[in-house]
Design a protein around this ligand. Structure first.
Ligand SMILES: N[C@@H]1[C@@H](O)[C@H](O)[C@@H](COP(=O)(O)O)O[C@@H]1O
Length: 263
């Protein structure tokens, strides 16, 4: 697990966006696993800008989102499909029919989950999976106690997650308590995982993910077993790590090595 600690949320977004830009230059028909939440917004804005300037194209990209609320229609403003359309897809040259979000309102969610897994496999698997992290260490909607080998399935949200996401729903509006999410096993099959976290509220989750035991109590800790995960955090999200200086030291060496290779 590579941990990159940067000054602020803007630097986190740029570092993450560079990974996507380089991937697109190397493989225009990439398959991206995408995430919602407030954390990846700046990264999406950077990619939108690069796309609009003509530096990168999403015309051959296929995407699979991590998760979706159950029982929200795609046009509901709090659905993750709506979020992705509004915040990303409608601003870039992606073919909307190549974008996939788990169907939260499927008649048979169990069949829909199997089909989602099948669609990812048929696309050749995910090249880069983008992730945020919940305060309780969840990735996607894989809440604590999730099976670390789980596949796409229906998950019940914890009270903490429901409370964290309540800010997006208006008063009196019914907030879903169920979701469809890629499993941890699904995420672990991505060729590269890029996890972003910013702000002090994520500091304990980042510590548990990076330093804690691999445990279903912190689903993100499974990424310690992933061969290519980059965790990009700002100083605040890194503030509970025992030895942030060590990661900065490693990153300085990595950058020096990269400069040598490119020279
Ligand atoms: N299902 C999403 C996650 O994919 C996201 O990573 C997390 C953190 O969201 P935020 O980035 O807004 O803190 O919350 C949600 O519950």
């Amino acid at each position: 697990m590579k941990v990159v600690i940067l000054d602020d949320a803007d630097a986190v977004a740029s570092y993450g966006a560079d990974i996507f830009r380089e991937q697109l230059q190397a493989k225009p028909a990439s398959v991206f696993g995408l995430a919602t939440g407030s954390t990846p917004l700046k990264l999406y804005r950077e990619l939108i800008e690069s796309n609009q300037q003509g530096d990168i194209s999403f015309s051959e990209v296929r995407s699979f989102n991590l998760d979706e609320y159950m029982d929200l229609p795609p046009e509901h403003p709090q659905s993750y499909r709506y979020f992705m359309d509004e915040e990303f897809f409608k601003h870039i040259d992606i073919d909307r029919s190549n974008t996939h979000v788990p169907p939260g309102n499927a008649d048979n969610p169990l069949t829909a989950c199997r089909e989602y897994e099948g669609a990812i496999a048929a696309a050749g698997g995910i090249d880069i999976q983008l992730l945020g992290i919940g305060r309780n260490g969840h990735i996607g909607f894989n809440e604590p106690t999730s099976c670390l080998a789980s596949r796409t399935r229906v998950k019940t949200l914890t009270e903490e997650t429901i409370a964290d996401n309540a800010r997006f729903f208006s008063e009196g509006e019914t907030q879903p308590q169920l979701s469809i999410t890629m499993g941890i096993g699904t995420i672990m099959e991505a060729r590269l995982v890029v996890l972003l976290a910013t702000g002090e509220s994520k500091a304990e989750a980042i510590k548990a993910m990076v330093e804690g035991p691999v445990s279903a109590w912190c689903p993100a800790s499974a990424l310690q077993m992933h061969p290519a995960t980059v965790v990009i955090v700002d100083e605040a999200a890194a503030s509970a790590l025992s030895n942030p200086e060590f990661f900065k030291h490693i990153e300085r060496h990595n950058q020096a090595l990269l400069a040598r290779i490119k020279a």
